[in-house]
Design a protein around this ligand. Structure first.
Ligand code: BG6
Length: 490
C-alpha cells in the first residue's frame, strides 16, 4: 500500500471535532499549548474547535481556561504565552451530522489553507464527518485527517471506516493515532535495538527465552465508564497499544525511518501472530474484572459499582495472554502480554528474558538459574536495566545477580515532549512514521477478533480480581505453565 508522499510542510488550520470533549481539553489543547510555547506551530496557525454547545468564542475560551489550563504544569505556564495561545483559538458550534452546518465552519476557514482535521469524536461519526467535509469543499490535497482510536470495534467495522474515509482522503493524508507510538521510550526502543550493535545478534530465538509486555494502570474507568463498558481492555489497550509495543520489540530492522519502511516491518509482525482458535483462547488468554479493594492507600470500588456500568456487565478490565511470532527470528519464543486497570502499580514495561548459557561451569549454583534479563521501563520512569551475574566478593566463586541501570531521565537532560504533543507536531509537519497504516490496523483486528469471538462463545464471565492486586491468579498460572513468572513476582 504505497503512501509515503511525505511533505515536510506545516499547517495553517487545526480543526478539532469534539472540541469540548475529554480528549480535547485534557490532552490535545494542553499539547498544542506546549507546541505553541516551544514555537513548534506556524505563527499564523489557527486552532478551530467544534462542539455542539451553543457557545460564543468567549464562552469557549472560558471553558478552556477552566478545564485545560490546570492540566499544564506550572513551570510550563507563562501567562503571556498562554494569552498568545488563546489568541489562536476559535470556536464553531455545529451539529456535525448536518451538512448545512459545515457552511459555518467554512466561513471560518481560509481558502486553500493546509488544514488538519482531528476527529476526537466517537468513531460512529467519522464517516459522516468526512462526507460532510468533502461536500463543503473543505478537503484539499494538503489536508490531513487524524483518527483517534478505537478505530472500529472489530475488523468489519474498522474496514467500513477505512473504506469510507478513503473516498475522501488518500492514505498518505490519514493519521491513525496510537499515542503509545508518541512516547519517548517507545521511540527510544527502536534506537536501543537498531542503534546499538550489542543487542541485535542476540535479539532472537534461541537466545531469547521469553518476552513480557505489561501495561499496568492504577486508575479505574472513572468518568469514561459509558465508553469503556462497550469496549473493554482488549479493544481499548491490547489491540492497539500492546500490539504496537510487540511490533517494535519483534520487527526486523526497517530499511529506513521512512513511514512505509517502518510500517511494512510492523505489518509483517502482525501477520506472523497466529490466530487463536477456541481451544487456544481457553488455554492462552485470561480476562478479569476488578472488584472492590484498595490501590495504594485509597479504597476503590469494584467495576460493577462504577457509574454507567451495566448491571452484571461482562466487560473485561484486565487481559493476560500468551502469543508468539511465527517467523524465523522468533520461532518458539512465547510473548506474554498483560494489561489491566486498578492494578497494584502504574507500570509499563517490556521484559526480555535471555536463555541460559548452552553450557555452564556454574550449573550447580541456584543463582545461575536466573536469566540475564533486560527490563525496559516505559513509565512511570524511563529506564533500562540489564540483570547480569557477577562474582560475590569473597574467596569462593559464587554468583550473584547485579543490575546495570540506565536512568534515561537523568542521563538525558532537556525537555521531553509528551506523546500527544510529539504526535501533533508530526501531523503538522506531515510525518507519518509514528501512525498506523490501514493494513496494519486491519491486521491487528484480524488477530484480536477471534479472541473476542472466543470469549463470547465460551460465555464465561471475567475472573474477579481485587483492586490493588496484579489481576486474577490465572494470569500467573498462564506464565507458570511455561516455567516463568511475571516480572514483579520474581
Ligand atoms: C488510552 C486508553 O488509549 O490509554 C485508556 O483508552 C488508558 O483507557 C490510556 O488509560 C493509558 O495511557 P497512558 O499514556 O496513561 O499509559
Amino acid at each position: 500500500m504505497p503512501n509515503s508522499k511525505l511533505t515536510e510542510s506545516t499547517c495553517q488550520e487545526i480543526i478539532i471535532f469534539g472540541g469540548v470533549g475529554d480528549l480535547a481539553w485534557r490532552k490535545l489543547l494542553p499539547a498544542l499549548y506546549l507546541a505553541h510555547a516551544h514555537s513548534r506551530l506556524d505563527t499564523d496557525c489557527r486552532i478551530i474547535c467544534i462542539g455542539r454547545q451553543d457557545w460564543s468564542r468567549e464562552d469557549y475560551i472560558a471553558f478552556v481556561e477552566k478545564s485545560s489550563k490546570p492540566q499544564i504544569e506550572a513551570a510550563d505556564l507563562l501567562e503571556k504565552t498562554w494569552g498568545g495561545f488563546l489568541a489562536r483559538l476559535d470556536y464553531v458550534c455545529m451539529d456535525v451530522t448536518q451538512s448545512e452546518s459545515y457552511q459555518r465552519l467554512a466561513a471560518q476557514c481560509q481558502m486553500d489553507a493546509t488544514r488538519v482535521f482531528y476527529l476526537a469524536t466517537s468513531p460512529s461519526l467519522f464517516i459522516r464527518i468526512c462526507a460532510c467535509l468533502d461536500e463543503a469543499r473543505l478537503i484539499n490535497p494538503t489536508s490531513r485527517l487524524v483518527l483517534e482510536k478505537p478505530l472500529g470495534h472489530d475488523l468489519p467495522s474498522a474496514q467500513a471506516i477505512n473504506m469510507a474515509v478513503a473516498r475522501h482522503f488518500e492514505e498518505h493524508q490519514i493519521y491513525r493515532i496510537d499515542h503509545y507510538l508518541g512516547k519517548e521510550t517507545v521511540q527510544n526502543l527502536m534506537v536501543l535495538r537498531f542503534g546499538n550493535a550489542i543487542f541485535e545478534p542476540l535479539w532472537r530465538a534461541p537466545y531469547i527465552r521469553q518476552v513480557q509486555i505489561t501495561v499496568a494502570e492504577t486508575v479505574g474507568v472513572g468518568s469514561r465508564a459509558g465508553f469503556y463498558d462497550q469496549t473493554g481492555a482488549m479493544r481499548d489497550m491490547v489491540q492497539n497499544h500492546l500490539l504496537q509495543l510487540l511490533c517494535i520489540v519483534a520487527m526486523e530492522a526497517p530499511l529506513s525511518l521512512d513511514s512505509d519502511d517502518v510500517r511494512n516491518e510492523k505489518l509483517k509482525v502482525l501477520r506472523s501472530l497466529p490466530r487463536m482458535d477456541l481451544a487456544s483462547v481457553r488455554q492462552f488468554t485470561v480476562r478479569g474484572q476488578y472488584t472492590a479493594g484498595s490501590v495504594g492507600n485509597e479504597k476503590a470500588q469494584g467495576y460493577l459499582q462504577e457509574d454507567n456500568v451495566r448491571a452484571g456487565s461482562p466487560t473485561e478490565t484486565f487481559v493476560a495472554l500468551r502469543t508468539q511470532v511465527n517467523n524465523a527470528r522468533w520461532a518458539g519464543v512465547p510473548f506474554f502480554l498483560r494489561t489491566g486497570k486498578r492494578l497494584q502499580h502504574r507500570r509499563s514495561e517490556i521484559v526480555i528474558d535471555f536463555a541460559q548459557p548452552a553450557f555452564s561451569i556454574f550449573a550447580d549454583q541456584p543463582a545461575a538459574a536466573q536469566p540475564n534479563r533486560l527490563v525496559i521501563t516505559l513509565q512511570p520512569e524511563e529506564s533500562i536495566q540489564l540483570q547480569m551475574m557477577a562474582k560475590e566478593p569473597g574467596s569462593g566463586m559464587n554468583l550473584t545477580p547485579v543490575h546495570l541501570n540506565l536512568d534515561l531521565e537523568s542521563a538525558m537532560v532537556g525537555r521531553r515532549a509528551e506523546a500527544y504533543e510529539r504526535l501533533l507536531i508530526d501531523v503538522v509537519k506531515g510525518r507519518l512514521t509514528h501512525f498506523m497504516r490501514r493494513d496494519e490496523l486491519e491486521a491487528a483486528w484480524r488477530w484480536a477478533d477471534p479472541i473476542l469471538e472466543g470469549w463470547t462463545q465460551l460465555g464465561q464471565p471475567p475472573r474477579p480480581y481485587a483492586a490493588g492486586t496484579w489481576g486474577p491468579a490465572a494470569a500467573s498460572a498462564l506464565m507458570a505453565r511455561e516455567g516463568g513468572t511475571w516480572f514483579e513476582e520474581s
